[in-house]
Write a protein that binds this ligand. Structure first.
Ligand code: PLP
Length: 397
């Protein structure tokens, strides 16, 4: 494993990078794919008659097939490239909202969603005169499935839920969530931003209708993401943005639209970043996604035990099924102060509400300190975090 940035020194300390839920670092293969594109292939795709355009198009479409296999979609038509999870969810909420949401309708989201899986639905609901219903969760950070079942009504049109909570680490029972929604003939969007880099994802097995994720949280460059949409439903959605490759014919009277998936890829895509995503998938498959998950699981258990040995430290999110995310508070210290002092010791964590303000409201806290793991995280990194917390605790408590 070669992650050049991990050799960085921060204030004369070895960088201990524990902010992987925000973005992962990139292995050399991904950086090479990105620079290789600009060094040897740079060209706009799909519409060029020349050699470079044909090569770039072929490589771009190869990655689409790679992503299709990665999440086990039935067809590459179901894979739409976007800028990231946020854009993927906005695409679905906007298009689905225009086609299927009306006055009095309801969209179910969970109480532990990232703002990116709340606000797009609020916007769509506002336009349609619809409203959000929210699945509550327990103090441990487990969704209340009984309450979920009782939220359905004849007006429910969509369920949108995170596969893994970026703040609590909870791995939600996505198959069950989908099965219950489908019993009510309601489609389901899964926000997979925090899942794809940590566990194998099979959209057919999950049964979901949409699955959204970001490249930059799975060792790929920033600027690329994926929206998987089940073909039957995707083909019924109106376009999201207009222009570029999304058309078949344009006249001033009327425009007809391209077939899937191009109908949803308006304008010039971030081709180099897509090729980087392909390299990131190759990297993850070479490591073995189950191996990555096992490694992070073990670190999670180790970190949880060691962190809880620090007097006054509280962990938020203690579900039995968690991914490699630990949110905590040190006594009454403000998370920002903890993060700032950790930074001075070379330790990169995230502090604040993590774009999940409703979770903070649920616990009545301003934010947390969050340490999150990746395939390159080590026990030494966890030890460094614990040692630093022990060192700074007397200054803050
Ligand atoms: N959903 C979840 C669960 C996330 O953790 C994030 C990012 O932190 C997002 C959505 C938004 O991802 P992006 O900023 O890559 O669009």
């Amino acid at each position: 494993m070669d992650f050049p940035i991990l050799d960085t020194n921060v204030y004369n300390h070895r960088l201990v990078y524990l902010d992987n839920a925000a973005t992962t670092q990139k292995p050399r293969q991904v950086i090479d794919a990105l620079t290789g594109y600009y060094l040897t292939l740079n060209s706009n795709i799909h519409r060029g008659a020349h050699y470079l355009a044909a090569q770039a198009t072929e490589r771009y479409e190869e990655v689409r097939t790679k992503v299709q296999r990665f999440v086990n979609a039935r067809s590459s038509k179901e894979i739409v490239f976007t800028r990231g999870t946020t854009e993927s969810i906005n695409l679905v909420a906007s298009s689905f909202g225009r086609a299927f949401l009306g006055p009095g309708d309801e969209v179910i989201v969970s109480g532990m969603e990232h703002h990116s899986n709340i606000v797009p639905w609020q916007l769509a609901c506002e336009l349609a005169g619809a409203r959000l219903r929210v699945i509550p969760f327990s103090d441990e950070g487990v969704l209340d499935m009984e309450a979920y079942g009782s939220l359905f009504s004849p007006h429910t049109r969509m369920v949108a839920c995170a596969h893994v909570s970026n703040t609590l680490g909870t791995v939600n029972p996505v198959r069950e969530i989908v099965a219950i929604a489908h019993d009510h003939n309601v489609p389901v969007l899964i926000d997979g931003a925090q899942a794809v880099a940590h566990m194998p994802v099979d959209v057919q097995q999950l049964g979901c209708d949409f699955y959204c994720f970001s490249g930059h949280k799975m060792y790929a460059p920033m600027g690329v993401g994926v929206m998987y949409g089940r073909e039957e439903l995707l083909s019924q959605l109106p376009p999201y943005q207009g222009g570029g490759e999304m058309i078949k014919d344009v006249t001033f009277e009327r425009t007809t639209y391209n077939e899937l998936p191009f109908r949803f890829e308006a304008g010039t895509p971030s081709v180099g970043d897509v090729l980087g995503l392909g390299a990131a998938i190759d990297f993850m498959l070479a490591q073995g996604i189950e191996n990555i998950g096992r490694h992070e699981d073990e670190l999670l258990r180790y970190a949880t035990e060691r962190l809880l040995s620090i007097p006054g430290l509280r962990i938020f999110g203690t579900a039995p099924h968690k991914a490699g995310v630990v949110s905590f508070l040190l006594g009454e210290a403000h998370p920002y102060d903890v993060g700032t002092l950790l930074d001075k010791l070379g330790i990169a964590v995230r502090t604040g509400h993590h774009c999940t303000q409703p979770i903070m409201d649920r616990y009545g806290i301003p934010g947390t300190v969050r340490a999150s793991f990746a395939c390159y995280t080590t026990r030494e990194d966890v030890d460094a975090l614990v040692a630093a917390l022990v060192r700074i605790a007397p200054m803050l408590m």
